[in-house]
Design a protein around this ligand. Structure first.
Ligand SMILES: Cc1cc2nc3c(=O)[nH]c(=O)nc-3n(C[C@H](O)[C@H](O)[C@H](O)COP(=O)(O)OP(=O)(O)OC[C@H]3O[C@@H](n4cnc5c(N)ncnc54)[C@H](O)[C@@H]3O)c2cc1C
Ligand SMILES: NC(=O)c1ccc[n+]([C@@H]2O[C@H](COP(=O)([O-])OP(=O)(O)OC[C@H]3O[C@@H](n4cnc5c(N)ncnc54)[C@H](OP(=O)(O)O)[C@@H]3O)[C@@H](O)[C@H]2O)c1
Ligand SMILES: Cc1cc2nc3c(=O)[nH]c(=O)nc-3n(C[C@H](O)[C@H](O)[C@H](O)COP(=O)(O)O)c2cc1C
Length: 602
């Protein structure tokens, strides 16, 4: 259960162990309840704080972290914020709410994340309640690489306004480099909200009772200590302990297992979390870009944080230099007077542009348009910031203390006459040598977790690299000697070369940790066999596990696999459970509400 934000809490990244964290959290909760119940001293009358509801929709925790940060900032503006996932908010509660901040990311094809889908369904129903009392603002998270940029945030924003709510601040849309935009949004929206509805809020600092001031001081102390802790903004330089192939000779893929040391980092994680890796670009590609621009790399440019650095270092460490961003394409079209590129960039040619961009990178456009000249500062201003990559953690910390393991598919392909390399996966595979370290951070998942009881059965569907968190889950259950049944559906191309973690899984099946192991090798026969086919073959048994309270997990490819597995789940609930289509949809919705259907898809 996520802590309520009106009570200060110690984040999991703080440099305390679980026991210390639990003690501090209990202490804060106690102090807060004392502050709430104790009679205030005569000189400090109780402060009227205005309630603020902050809802997030977040798949991998970014929007949730921003929602919690907003709640913390809100306290400085006389607002008492409560934070929760959007699905946990019923519409009759929303209809009574006066102030709302909504922080949704976008997944799938412009869809809300799993923990906001039910909220969206309720809002978009035919006759939801009017929201005339509500003042709101949306901070939408997304990624401009996707065609429906911030699609979910846009839908929420428009729908809330349609239902009569007042947009107190225009929607802010954040690309992967979300921090400056999010900070700006908080700085303007919170004062505006504190002015709206009810009596004007009092200055909090002036009216704080002594106990609340103590809480505030303790919170600052925790913040000071956590700011020294390793995090996304201050990644830990980790050593790579192991890099070995999981796929065999002759495989069409290259999937590798990595073990990374977290020794001396004080970073904690749980099975179900992800590891963020801040990559650097391939130095050969950087040199090729410098050569195409006629530069030696020593020129001074700005890094994204405003500091000065060399052009080579900026291209190596700070900017995304593979897929070109629209401003660079527009500048190239203009400077090279390219009719072809200008035509492709016209709004009506979006599909043709996407097709043209497939497999083409910045270097291809520079070579194709030598007439377009840029100074180094102009060039970096047209690039996006290089962002961290997330990897589902493939180990349990109980089985591998001080280590984190990853299962990574290495991106390499040939396109338009040039060998291409995925930035981070090939860094991991090829470029961490000698004493070199990798900047990493733990991205805590608040949703993707084993059931609280070790006796609850779990069903895991994880083809390809989707196996990663399930290796962690199984290790965790093995170490804890949990009694619950475990069923894994795994699949990949060929049994001989692509049966990832074969020895470990077969050993777990033999020793009973894995109750059932169903395999789907897609290319060992003429017809494709996928994990969802295996699910349907076992529909009655899978149904009985669900009826026994099993939790159902899916990890791996979001575009095709996760959708097809979802369809198969609906289908087997109908066939084996004797439900109609609508009843099956209700059953799945209930599984989601009970956190018994969780996904980690990408
Ligand atoms: C929550 C989460 C968990 C994840 N867990 C894992 C995991 O456990 N294991 C794992 O391997 N990955 C995982 N990923 C994906 C991972 O974060 C990276 O996206 C992946 O490793 C690719 O990153 P890269 O830097 O190597 O490639 P990038 O440099 O980002 O290149 C990838 C891009 O290359 C292009 N591309 C790739 N193949 C082709 C092709 N054949 N033709 C043309 N263009 C192509 C596409 O534009 C694609 O977007 C996860 C992602 C998320 C969000
Ligand atoms: N953009 C692309 O074209 C592309 C291609 C591959 C992977 N990826 C991405 O690369 C990442 C890692 O891939 P991965 O190595 O983990 O595995 P993966 O490519 O997802 O493949 C794992 C297994 O899933 C099968 N599969 C394909 N389509 C499926 C579907 N609709 N339903 C169920 N199973 C299906 C594959 O079969 P077959 O391969 O035989 O069909 C293979 O046997 C993922 O993010 C994935 O999205 C992208
Ligand atoms: C599989 C996948 C699909 C995504 N789809 C979209 C999309 O359609 N539109 C968009 O703007 N961003 C999309 N994103 C980007 C996320 O919205 C972005 O990374 C966001 O910061 C994630 O926030 P969260 O951690 O709170 O979920 C997608 C990301 C992934 C991994």
């Amino acid at each position: 259960m996520s802590p309520s934000t009106s009570v200060p809490f110690v984040p999991s990244t703080a440099p305390f162990n679980a026991q210390q964290r639990a003690w501090l959290n209990g202490y804060f909760a106690g102090l807060t309840s004392f502050a709430e119940t104790a009679a205030p001293p005569a000189a400090a009358p109780p402060v009227a704080k205005k309630p603020l509801l902050i809802l997030y929709g977040s798949q991998t925790g970014t929007a949730e972290a921003l929602a919690r940060k907003s709640a913390k900032e809100a306290a400085q503006h006389g607002l008492e914020a409560s934070v929760k996932e959007a699905n946990a908010c019923a519409l009759d509660e929303l209809a009574k709410t006066e102030r709302l901040l909504l922080v949704p990311s976008t997944w799938g094809d412009g869809d809300p994340p799993d923990n906001a889908t039910q909220f969206w369904s309720a809002l978009s129903a035919v006759e939801p309640p009017r929201l005339d009392k509500l003042s709101f603002s949306v901070l939408a998270l997304g990624d401009k690489n996707y065609s429906d940029f911030c699609g979910a945030g846009k839908k929420f924003d428009e729908r809330l306004a349609q239902l009569g709510a007042t947009r107190i601040h225009p929607r802010v849309e954040c690309d992967l480099d979300y921090e400056p935009a999010a900070k700006g949004w908080m700085a303007t929206v919170l004062p505006a909200l504190s002015e709206c509805g009810g009596a004007p809020a009092l200055s909090l600092a002036a009216g704080l009772p002594a106990t609340a001031r103590l809480v505030s001081a303790l919170e600052s102390a925790v913040e000071a200590s956590t700011s020294k802790a390793f995090s996304r903004n201050r990644p830990f330089p980790a050593r790579l302990l192991l890099n070995r192939a999981l796929t065999g000779d002759g495989s069409a893929k290259e999937v590798r297992h990595f073990a990374i040391s977290l020794a001396d980092s004080r970073l904690n994680y749980e099975a179900g979390d992800a590891l963020g890796v801040l990559p650097t670009n391939c130095p050969v590609l950087v040199s090729d870009i410098l050569a195409a621009l006629g530069c030696d790399g020593e020129e001074a440019v700005r890094a994204p944080d405003g500091g000065e650095t060399s052009f080579r270092n900026a291209l190596l460490r700070h900017y995304h230099i593979t897929q070109p961003a629209p401003p660079l394409l527009e500048a190239l079209a203009e400077r090279a007077q390219s009719v072809e590129l200008k035509t492709l960039l016209a709004p009506e040619n979006k599909a043709a542009l996407e097709k043209h961009l497939h497999g083409r990178e910045v270097i291809d456009f520079l070579i194709a348009h030598p007439l377009a000249r840029f100074t180094p500062p102009e060039f970096v201003a047209l690039l996006r910031k290089l962002n961290p990559r997330l990897y589902s953690i493939a180990s349990s910390p109980k089985a591998h203390p001080g280590e984190v393991h990853l299962c990574v598919s290495i991106v390499r392909y040939e396109a338009h006459g040039r060998g291409r390399k995925g930035v981070c996966s090939t860094l991991l595979a090829d470029r961490v040598e000698g004493d070199a370290t990798l900047p990493v951070f733990v991205q805590t998942s608040h949703g993707f977790r084993l059931p609280a009881s070790g006796d609850t059965p779990v069903i895991m569907v994880g083809p390809g690299t989707g196996i990663a968190p399930f290796r962690a889950f199984l290790e965790e259950r093995q170490v804890l000697a949990a009694g619950g049944r475990n069923w894994l559906f795994f699949g990949d191309q060929k049994r001989a070369t692509d049966f990832l973690y074969r020895d470990e899984l077969e050993a777990m099946f033999k020793n009973g940790v894995l109750t059932k192991l169903d395999l789907a090798f897609s290319r060992d026969q003429a017809d494709k066999i996928y994990v969802q086919h295996r699910m349907l073959e076992h529909a009655p048994e899978l149904w009985s596990w669900l009826e026994d309270g099993a939790h159902f997990y899916v990890c791996g490819d979001a575009k095709r696999m996760a959708k097809d597995v979802d369809a198969a789940l609906h289908e087997l609930i109908q066939s084996a459970g004797g439900k109609t289509k609508e009843q099956a949809a209700e059953y799945v919705a209930a599984l989601k509400s009970a956190k018994r259907y969780q996904r980690d898809v990408y």
